[in-house]
Design a protein around this ligand. Sequence first.
Ligand SMILES: NC(=O)CC[C@H](N)C(=O)O
Length: 204
Amino acid sequence: MNGCRNVAGKEKIGVLALQGAVREHLNLFHKLGVEAIAVKRREQLDEMDGLVIPGGESTAIGKLIRQYDLRNPIMDFYAKGKPVFGTCAGLILIAKHIAENDEAHLPLLDVTVQRNAFGRQVDSFEADLPIKGVAEDFRAVFIRAPLITSVGDDVDVLSTVRDQVVAVQQGNLLGISFHPELTDDTRLHAYFLSMVQKAIEKLS
Ligand SMILES: NC(=O)CC[C@H](N)C(=O)O
């Protein structure tokens, strides 16, 4: 925690560790001096104040969520007032609607997402984006990224690229098309941390 006391407190953040970019998220929270833990079992969720669902392959993570019986525990976690942050595949997993009529995994965030909307792996790209309330110039890494094609009334658009929505917030839910954990930039993780801190204050 050295030198990070102003940022981090006693909060614990879980990173769902079934598949995908788990370590990278943990590293960024550790850099902020935050206790962050790889979560695999439902019992671990009770101890967490916030949960990250990382990028990877949404169909694989979705299958494992069901296999490990984590669907209802994650839905309950959010219903208790605890924040959830989905990045890339994680965004697909928390979306209420998936284009092409794929069944929603954890129907939480009131958006429609379209998978692999920016093209194939070779079409992955990076862009410097302004993100409302977070940064003027965030280096965003898009890898087979989903697009947010529609948002509900309560959803706040935080960022767009090529006129397409790529970052949103709806209360305690944060959803992002790209991979903030693949740079050293901790600002989005610090933003999520502030959501978690506000939620803790509200719940105590
Ligand atoms: N980088 C990613 O997380 C890619 C997401 C992946 N294309 C999916 O549909 O799940």
